[in-house]
Design a protein around this ligand. Structure first.
Ligand code: FES
Length: 300
């Protein structure tokens, strides 16, 4: 980025033309009372346009007075943005982007061409009526390296095309802005490199994600059902005992099991036994069990 200073030689004064003054007042009126400073960039731009493409100090001062702003505030704006040229420029004013993407793609070589053919940057070549300046990113990085020539962008340049462009301008030939290679806008060079599947554009893939999603849900449900069916069935306690119920025992020619046998079996195993006096103490119902170590307990 070059140093930004006001030109050494300055005009004595600046005043908007009647037409430009009306235009400036329209711009100021767009902003609410007390916010007129917001019109500073359009006004500086119009002043530059009126003054042959560069912004002299009296124009900066005139804008500050119109907007009731301190001169230094307007000077800060004018010196910050490279869209404001602070020194006289040629009829053909070239701004070469020197920011990283353009630099990596050869912007330095374009600057060498400019230096060789036009001279030092910021110096007006009066023979060619041409000047050039290195600036920061102009927002066309996908078409790096690039330049701005007056109001137009020239992109995808090489030292050779840059050289030819300067020659054509000097010769008064018509030049074509935009990409200087076989590409439309910032589309891929040559042919498309992505999204090349024709089915993306004929409607055949519309809703296909849903079909795919439904099929996967269905397959999952089927798989789960098969897993469940393959699991061994758990038998309930009632079903287990069913083989030992009185009917089955009779069928198998076994003796029925008596309550007394069950009680005896319970005592033997240290389990609860059925009390002989099934009515139990006062206040307790039938069917009390004596639980060893726990006293009497209602049988549920
Ligand atoms: S870096 Fe050059 S246009 Fe962005």
């Amino acid at each position: 980025m070059s140093v930004r200073r006001l030109a050494e030689e300055q005009p004595k004064s600046f005043a908007f033309t009647k037409k430009n003054l009306e235009w400036a007042q329209e711009q100021i009126a767009k902003y609410p009372e007390g916010r007129q400073a917001s019109a500073v960039i359009p006004l500086l731009w119009k002043a530059q346009e009126q003054h042959g493409g560069w912004l002299p100090e009296p124009a900066i001062r005139a804008v500050a007075e119109m907007l009731d702003m301190p001169f230094i505030r307007v000077l800060e704006v004018a010196t910050f943005y490279t869209m404001f040229a602070l020194e006289p420029v040629g009829k053909h004013f070239i701004q070469v982007c020197g920011t990283t993407p353009c630099l990596l793609r050869g912007a330095d070589k374009l600057m060498h061409v400019c230096e060789k053919k036009i001279g030092h940057q910021k110096e007006l070549n009066t023979d060619l009526d041409m000047s050039w300046l290195e600036v920061e990113c102009l927002g066309s990085c996908s078409n790096a390296p690039m330049i701005q020539l007056n109001y137009d962008y020239f992109e995808d340049l090489t030292p050779e095309t840059m050289d030819k462009l300067i020659d054509d301008l000097a010769a008064g030939k018509k030049v074509k802005p935009g990409p200087q290679v076989d590409r439309q806008g910032s589309a891929p060079v040559g042919a498309k490199t992505s999204l090349t599947d024709g089915s993306l554009y004929d409607g055949s893939v519309v809703g296909s994600w849903k079909k795919d999603f439904d099929a996967r849900v269905k397959a999952k449900a089927k798989e789960q059902a098969a897993t469940e069916a393959a699991k061994p069935k758990e038998t309930s306690p009632g079903e287990k005992d069913a083989a030992d119920n009185p009917g089955k025992r009779a069928e198998a020619g076994k003796k029925p099991i008596k309550n007394g046998d069950l009680a005896a079996a319970g005592e033997k195993a240290g389990g609860p036994s059925v009390r002989k006096d099934a009515t139990g103490p006062a206040g307790k119902g039938k069917g009390l069990k004596s639980v060893p170590g726990k006293g009497d307990k209602d049988e549920v």
